[in-house]
Design a protein around this ligand. Structure first.
Ligand code: SF4
Length: 233
């Protein structure tokens, strides 16, 4: 399959979206077949071209896209190649780390709908990591909110969105439309040197003296529909 001589540079790893994860010297077909080589998957060489065609079709690309290089694709198409690479090993679970954050809104919707369709067709589960809670709401059954490497709240997605319990979740969800916008002030602390007591206390609008000594543990995990609880501390 076709190759060109331009070399991957260290800066490629910092490019937004899927571009940084795709070797610019490899064609779409090479990129999709790469996991089989890396993981020594038992896909016979005679079957690989047909399987690449199937995977391209599954993510909404054409067979004629197989010999093209990453720079010839749009951002959304490159993300589809990334999804095809993930599907190549027929996983049960895929970790999607900010999969649409670098895309335009309209392209975001297309990629999210593709992920939903693939989940339903193939019975996949996703661990979906995002800063955009509206995207999480579209896709996830359950959500866990993290702050400074700690989970501060989790539960069924709709319940967390409708009745957030933790002040950080409230701030994330305050879009100024349905809820009054909550602007967090104060510096974001270093995860290597977190504040004593509650890690959110340096930015929490409801901070109390006790917050420097105690942490609301365990984090409020909701397993089913429950009445709203009182605010922590
Ligand atoms: S413990 Fe205090 S600082 Fe921490 S989230 Fe609750 S109210 Fe805010």
């Amino acid at each position: 399959m076709g190759r060109v001589e331009n070399r991957r540079t260290p800066l490629d790893a910092f490019r937004p979206g899927a571009f940084g994860s795709l070797d610019p010297r490899l064609t779409a077909a090479d990129l999709i077949a790469e996991p089989w080589l890396t993981h020594r998957a038992l896909v016979p060489a005679s079957r690989r071209a047909a399987r690449v065609t199937e995977l391209l079709d599954m993510v909404g690309l054409r067979d004629s896209d197989a010999p093209r290089l990453p720079y010839e694709f749009s951002g959304g198409q490159r993300q589809r190649i990334g999804i095809a690479r993930a599907l190549a090993l027929e996983p049960g679970v895929i970790v999607c780390d900010e999969p649409v954050s670098a895309l335009d809104l309209s392209v975001q919707a297309q990629v999210l709908n593709l992920l939903c369709d693939l989940r339903d067709e193939l019975g996949l589960s996703y661990v979906f990591i995002s800063h955009d809670l509206s995207v999480v709401r579209h896709l996830a059954d359950r959500v866990a909110v993290m702050y400074l490497v700690r989970m501060v709240e989790s539960g069924p997605t709709e319940e967390v969105h409708e009745r957030p319990r933790h002040p950080y979740t409230e701030a994330l969800l305050s879009d100024g439309r349905r809820r009054q916008r909550i602007l967090l002030t104060g510096e974001f602390p270093s995860p290597a040197d977190p504040p004593s007591g509650c890690r959110f206390r340096t930015r929490c609008p409801r901070v109390r003296d006790l917050s420097a000594e105690s942490v609301p543990t365990p984090p409020p995990v909701r397993r089913s529909t429950e009445p709203p609880a009182t605010t922590p501390s």
